[in-house]
Design a protein around this ligand. Structure first.
Ligand code: SF4
Ligand code: SF4
Length: 203
């Protein structure tokens, strides 16, 4: 008689990602709709589907070494498309957290710099200023001429003017709270919970 085969061994890595993201990765049946809809999968070394499979298999080093977890822009297209209702964007976020808990910073120094400058720009303006972020990134990363071809399009859409400083104080407070929380780690996320919190120990 045929019996249902249920995997019983789950790696600590997978357990951490499931707990932190609040997602049950057993639900993924590898249909690939997440990768098909992801706007940045063309640049990823592992597509979202492959990241999901690697986590299911407990391939921690492969996941943490992949650029995919840092290239994800959290647009949530994958989460909206998943027929199994898995919030893949949260899974990606949990992978970044695992990386930071173990290694302290983003794998790619340009990615780490971009995140830092993004938060600094948000703190200065209370919202994203493309011109502030782009100018600072090009200057401080040494990629002086990166993305210059985008300037005409940004100009025509009025994206290269500095925004009014609105709510910057609140954003600074959020960033500061987040930094304090990240010194002690972050609490596992529930579906509606704030990402701020504390975790007591590494998985
Ligand atoms: S869309 Fe959902 S079920 Fe399909 S591969 Fe992606 S995560 Fe798995
Ligand atoms: S949330 Fe990340 S992985 Fe999902 S579609 Fe957007 S960029 Fe791709």
């Amino acid at each position: 008689m045929l019996s249902v085969i249920t995997p019983v061994v789950r790696s600590n890595f997978r357990l951490f990602i499931e707990k932190q993201s609040g997602q049950n990765l057993s639900r993924c049946y590898q249909c690939g709709k997440c990768t098909a809809g992801c706007p940045v999968s063309y640049a990823m070394d592992l597509g979202p589907r492959q990241v999901m499979r690697a986590i299911q298999l407990g391939l921690k080093e492969e996941v943490l070494a992949s650029k995919a977890i840092w290239l994800c822009v959290h647009c949530q297209t994958c989460s909206a498309r998943c027929p199994r209702e898995i919030d893949i964007a949260r899974v990606m976020e949990a992978c970044r957290l695992q990386f930071q808990l173990e290694k302290g910073a983003a794998a790619d120094k340009d990615v780490a710099l971009f995140h830092k400058l993004f938060l600094e720009a948000m703190g200065r303006w209370g919202r994203l200023s493309e011109v502030d972020l782009a100018a600072n990134y090009n200057f401080r990363s040494g990629h002086f001429f990166a993305n210059l071809g985008l300037v005409p399009g940004l100009l025509s859409r009025g994206k290269l003017s500095l925004p009014k400083n609105k709510g910057a104080g609140v954003v600074k407070q959020i960033v500061s709270l987040s930094e304090k929380a990240s010194k002690g780690g972050a609490a596992p996320r529930k579906n509606t919970a704030s990402p701020l919190g504390e975790v007591n120990k590494k998985p």
